[in-house]
Design a binder for this molecule. Structure first.
Ligand code: WTA
Length: 659
């Protein structure tokens, strides 16, 4: 074996460009016939009944797609169903009540298993509690919770009574919570006293309370899960704050009929970052979203009810919504949830869990794989990973070396890998190989899924030839797509449809704001965001949001934030800052800026470097040259600087960026 420096891969693997799934995998795969692409194309949009048929409907739909008001598409519109019924009750009724639905592991190794019957009981009891607190159909309930089982229970309880949830990632700051509650006009909050990170309890309720203080309307009730017990921080619950266990104890044995929801009724809101400062409230629906999350879990993750499946994302992001909660539970699979980080107490923690639970299918992010590579193959080698059948990645491009490392050291060269491109807005996977059908090409996500009309185009919307960089677009709608941005149809059109659509000709094209290229076989390689969004460890952050947090710090006059390359995180935040007269670039100033960002957004947005400069490189028309700032952050050779108004500043800034 040769060691090529940053990963132990043999030359054979380094050179191999394509990989095929094993016969053994193909034989058992949910989808193994490539005719599916043609079938979907020929029968579009009726092909999508295949997704809808994976669900139980209260009343059937008569029309698959209503496109009378583009781009406000409606799917399965006159059908009715309930998501909680589909994820829980139907498995209890079909005789699978004793199968594990959720296997949860706390950071310290405590475990909890919920069978589908247990989940049924818990969801019903909490749904009854929500009703008693006054939650009505269509009220938005905010869930600001870490990875505890009560999070999916609360989501399903909301779905049961037809109250859309808005989950706010627990790592987000108090300000971020308040902004989201205000935007959604949400009067109910479910949160948690705290959780464990690398052995220490974190005081989550203090953050939640601080967020509540920033909510600009009345909050009717807050429910607090007691996760820390004796390690808790001793907060008293005030007035309309309730302890989860007490509430549920009051509703023991309660049963709440699942509310019959229209397919187009909102299932949840999920806030995500965009080009402008305000986060966008992406609206997903009950029928189309659930059908799509379920279909892709079946076709791409190849899930069967008998499987133990683990997606290591946090439920606070869309990946966790679609592929920890809704997709797997809808299929009746066992889904694993883990509270902690991959390197605590040791760097083999994830592999220990794969072995312990005999995980069949594992889904993670390239940033995690890059960290595993850096730590070395000795950690997975300590464990028996032979239960694995399929591996997946999501969130950012995965380079061929990381792909191959994952293939060899986690999958033992036996598991296919699905590199799945999608977004909060798409609801589910869009571009990826089908594991039982396609050849895999490391570094390229693959062809669009059956029924997905993704293309790579130039600025005019014309398809570009193989190998040339262009922009990814999606020409036809799909069931899992967002329906709008909450209370903001105009911004919905502006953000996603304006760029490539021709409303006069009734041509509507979705623009995800990613760059891409395509090869002769129709395989798409994603090149990354083309808007002012950066991707730090698979998390989408708006540079404008970070800039406005920095400008809010006393003494800061102007700021420009760009993403610089980072070995593990993919991208890291580089903040170029101009101070007001009378302030200097001291260590305190740097700390104040970092704190300002953490307070406004959360630690994930923490700048890697803060670079103080008297000026920013600007064009003659006064626009900041971000491209140049990126090149500086990456220590790259600089492109053209002759169009700058102040070219002399560039060297000055370069000297200040540390390696
Ligand atoms: C990026 C996460 C390359 C992309 C599900 C997209 C990817 C953004 C991939 C969405 C992939 C996601 N290859 N890039 N397989 N998957 N992305 O909304 O830039 O958090 O637009 O959804 O992540 O991030 P979001």
């Amino acid at each position: 074996m040769t060691d090529d420096g940053d990963g132990d891969l043999e030359a054979r693997l380094v050179e191999q460009e394509t990989f095929e799934p094993s016969d053994e995998f193909v034989e058992q795969a949910n989808v193994s016939d490539e005719s599916i692409y043609e079938e979907f194309e020929e029968d579009w949009p009726r092909c999508w009944t295949r997704a809808a048929d994976l669900l139980d409907w209260d009343s059937p739909y008569s029309e698959v797609l209503d496109d009378s008001e583009e781009p406000f598409y409606e799917w399965f519109a006159d059908g009715t169903l309930n998501a909680s019924y589909n994820c829980v009750d139907r498995h209890v009724e079909s005789g699978d009540k004793n199968r594990a639905a959720i296997k949860w592991e706390g950071e310290h190794g405590e475990t909890r298993t919920y069978t589908y019957q247990d989940l049924y009981r818990e969801v019903n009891e909490f749904a009854a509690a929500l009703r008693e607190l006054g939650v009505e159909e269509d009220d938005v309930v905010t869930l600001y919770m870490p990875m505890v089982p009560e999070l999916p229970i609360a989501m399903l309880a909301c779905a049961r009574i037809g109250a859309p949830h808005s989950v706010v990632f627990a790592g987000f700051s108090a300000d971020a919570l308040a902004t989201r509650m205000n935007s959604a006009d949400s009067r109910y909050l479910i949160t948690c006293d705290g959780y464990y990170r690398r052995g220490d309890p974190l005081d989550h309720l203090a953050k939640a309370n601080e967020g509540l203080a920033g909510v600009d309307h009345g909050v009717d009730a807050t429910v607090v899960v007691d996760r820390l017990g004796e390690d808790g921080f001793g907060h008293d619950l005030s007035g309309n704050q309730h302890d989860w266990d007490d509430l549920v104890a009051d509703h023991q044995g309660a049963r709440v009929d699942p509310v019959e929801r229209d397919a187009e009724d909102m299932l949840f809101l999920m806030y995500t970052s965009g080009t402008t400062g305000e986060p966008k409230g992406v609206k997903h629906t009950t029928g189309g979203y659930l059908a799509y999350a379920t279909w892709t879990s079946h076709a791409v993750l190849d899930l069967e009810p008998e499987d133990t499946y683990w997606c290591s994302a946090d439920i606070g992001w869309i990946t966790g919504h679609s592929y920890i909660v809704y997709g797997p539970l809808s299929l009746g699979t066992t889904t694993v949830m883990y509270e902690g980080t991959p390197d605590y107490p040791e760097r083999d923690r994830l592999w220990e869990l794969v072995e312990k639970y005999a995980v069949d299918v594992f889904y993670t992010a390239p940033t995690a794989i890059r960290a595993f590579m850096k730590w070395g193959s000795e950690f997975p080698e300590r464990h028996d990973l032979s239960s694995l059948r399929l591996l997946g990645t999501v969130g950012e491009p995965i380079n061929p070396r990381a792909w191959k490392w994952y293939y060899k050291h986690i999958g033992n060269e036996e598991c296919p890998i699905v590199d799945t491109w999608w977004q909060t807005e798409t609801g589910g996977m869009m571009v990826t190989t089908l594991p039982g059908v396609g050849t895999m090409k490391p570094g390229s996500a693959g062809p669009p899924l059956p029924g997905i009309d993704a293309r790579v185009v130039d600025t005019e919307g014309e398809e570009v030839g193989a190998g040339r960089a262009g922009y990814l677009t999606v020409d036809k709608p799909w069931p899992g797509m967002l329906r709008t941005l909450y209370n903001n149809d105009e911004r919905f059109i502006g953000e996603y449809w304006e760029e490539y659509s021709d409303p006069d000709a009734d041509e509507w094209v979705y623009f995800p704001e990613d760059g891409a290229k395509i090869d002769d076989d129709g395989y798409i390689t994603i090149l990354g965001r083309v808007d002012d969004v950066i991707n730090v460890s698979g998390h989408r952050l708006g540079t404008m949001e970070i800039e406005s947090a920095i400008v809010g710090v006393e003494g800061v006059a102007e700021a420009a934030v760009v993403g610089g390359d980072h070995e593990v995180k993919g991208e890291a935040v580089y903040a170029y800052v101009i101070l007001e007269d009378g302030y200097d670039g001291s260590e305190e100033m740097r700390e104040a800026i970092i704190e300002g960002v953490e307070d406004a957004i959360g630690p994930i947005a923490r700048p890697e470097q803060v670079i103080f400069t008297p000026e920013l490189p600007k064009t003659r028309s006064g626009k900041i040259m971000r491209r140049l700032l990126e090149e500086i952050a990456n220590g790259e050779e600089l492109g053209d600087t002759t169009t700058l108004r102040n070219p002399e500043i560039v060297e000055d800034i370069q000297a200040k960026v540390s390696d």
